[in-house]
Design a protein around this ligand. Structure first.
Ligand SMILES: *Cc1c(COP(=O)(O)O)cnc(C)c1O
Length: 450
């Protein structure tokens, strides 16, 4: 028996089997028809592995649930920007929600139509705005008056008209982790609800702007429908008052944020979500868009790692694995706990607790404490579940660790969709020190500076 531990403990594999595409065959963990041990024999750990079928099914399930609302889907590229994943989604008909010109290039390179790209984000530079205007994107979601001014000036310079929606901050509490809440008044996102009518009226008068409507996005990893209902009702009120002032509103972008179940418990109710959309904004006759990221790709991905060492730390064992917080940042950043699945379900589950930690020199490089794992030894292979969103896309090279490989499985085939970075790739960016005399710069006067 395990006595009540002080720390939060999760049972290994507790969410295994929820996804039809990930499970055990002959005691070995599989994605679709491929044993992960087979891939691990060819691709060095750590690496990410995704199920193409799981992403397709998620897209189809969401599309189906949203059919009565006529909503179109724009995948939030920041959740997972791998070209092969974007291509898969673009082929299913998904648009793309981007937050940088880098993501624009990715989306276009993956074959997404520019006419289905929405540009979100609080800090679009003039260069990024110009690039998106030239590409002919569907819409800019503008987050401040200053950004509107920037778009007007860039559009004027290029002789183009910019399709613009105003992103409203509805001041609702999404009841999610503080670091992923975006729709409260004090969050940095969106235009204050009370400032919106005046700015909308101003934007409507600018000849460089094609004012299409409103956008809202209240946060991420939201499992409760109530904050959505509250936000959409506020948007509906605003649409009515704008229309009463003879300001047309033809599009509404309802954002993303749909949560996934990292452990036990009910998942996000997509049919209920569709109902909330219909009931709150359905009657307005607007073109509707949603921008999910996590929900489409999160459950479809695993991060495969192997145990390097096991050591006693205080009252429990710590397994040091070769994946670190630089590879999967969510535990360190959001206190997230990913499920753990052994690649080989071998031997009895141990009563002992394992803290699973990475090799990075930071105390926050800990994935969590788990019970129910088989005995871990150096070389034992593990998979972190629900790692398809905000995993690879958030990874860094901290501790001079190379970005890891990504693999896509489709039925009984697998493909390397990003090779592992090499340290040579990284060193190539760092050029030899070549000093330049600052005194050649006439604005700098050292005699006065002292
Ligand atoms: C991050 C983001 C999304 C996607 O969020 P998920 O929680 O992954 O669905 C959608 N829209 C905007 C504006 C975002 O910033």
């Amino acid at each position: 028996m395990i006595s009540e531990p002080a720390r939060k403990v999760h049972t290994a594999g507790s969410s295994a089997g929820k996804l039809a595409q990930i499970g055990y065959g002959g005691g070995s963990l599989m994605i679709e028809g491929v044993h992960l041990e087979t891939i691990a024999a060819e691709v060095a750990t750590p690496f990410y592995c995704y199920s193409a079928d799981a992403i397709r099914m998620a897209f189809r399930d969401l599309s189906e649930a949203l059919t009565p609302t006529g909503v179109s889907i724009c995948f939030a590229v920041k959740a997972n920007g791998n070209l092969s994943i974007l291509r898969l989604l673009a082929e299913l008909g998904s648009g793309m929600d981007i937050v940088s010109s880098g993501e624009l290039e990715r989306a276009l390179a993956a074959g997404a139509a520019a006419s289905k790209v929405i540009f979100s984000g609080v800090g679009k530079s003039k260069m990024e705005i110009a690039q998106a205007l030239r590409a002919g994107i569907r819409q800019f979601n503008v987050e401040s008056e200053a950004e509107l001014d920037a778009i007007i000036s860039v559009a004027k310079g290029l002789g183009k008209r910019a399709p613009v929606a105003l992103r409203i901050n509805p001041d609702v509490d999404a009841k999610t982790h503080a670091k992923i809440s975006t729709g409260k008044r004090d969050d940095k996102f969106g235009i204050a609800f009370t400032d919106a009518p005046a700015l909308y009226a101003r934007a409507a008068l600018a000849p460089e702007v094609d004012l299409v409507g409103l956008a809202v996005h209240i946060g991420s990893q939201i499992l409760d429908l109530a904050p959505y209902r509250a936000a959409f009702l506020r948007v509906a009120d605003l649409v009515e008052s704008l229309r009463n002032a003879n300001l047309p509103v033809r599009r509404l972008d309802l954002g993303g944020g749909l949560g996934i179940q990292y452990h036990q418990g009910p998942g996000f109710d997509v049919r209920g979500y569709a109902k909330v959309i219909l009931e709150s904004v359905g009657y307005l006759g607007c073109e509707l868009t949603v921008e999910p990221g996590r929900w489409l790709v999160g459950p479809a991905g695993l991060l495969i790692t192997q145990v390097l060492y096991v050591k006693q730390t205080g009252d429990h064992l710590t397994a040091i694995v070769d994946a670190g917080m630089n590879d999967l940042m969510r535990p360190a950043l959001y206190d997230a706990m990913h499920p753990v699945l052994p690649l080989r379900a071998e031997g009895p589950a141990q009563a002992k607790l394992y803290q699973v930690a990475g090799p990075v020199c930071e105390s926050s490089d800990v994935f969590g404490t788990y019970q129910g794992l088989p005995e871990l030894k150096p070389g034992s292979q593990l998979a972190f579940g629900c790692a398809g969103a905000y995993g690879a896309s958030m990874s860094s090279t901290y501790n001079a660790r190379d970005l890891v490989a990504e693999v896509l499985v489709d039925q009984d085939r697998f493909a390397l969709i990003r090779r592992r970075q090499t340290t040579q790739d990284l060193l190539a960016l760092e050029i030899d020190t070549k000093w330049r005399a600052a005194s050649e710069d006439r604005t700098f006067q050292p005699s006065r500076a002292v």
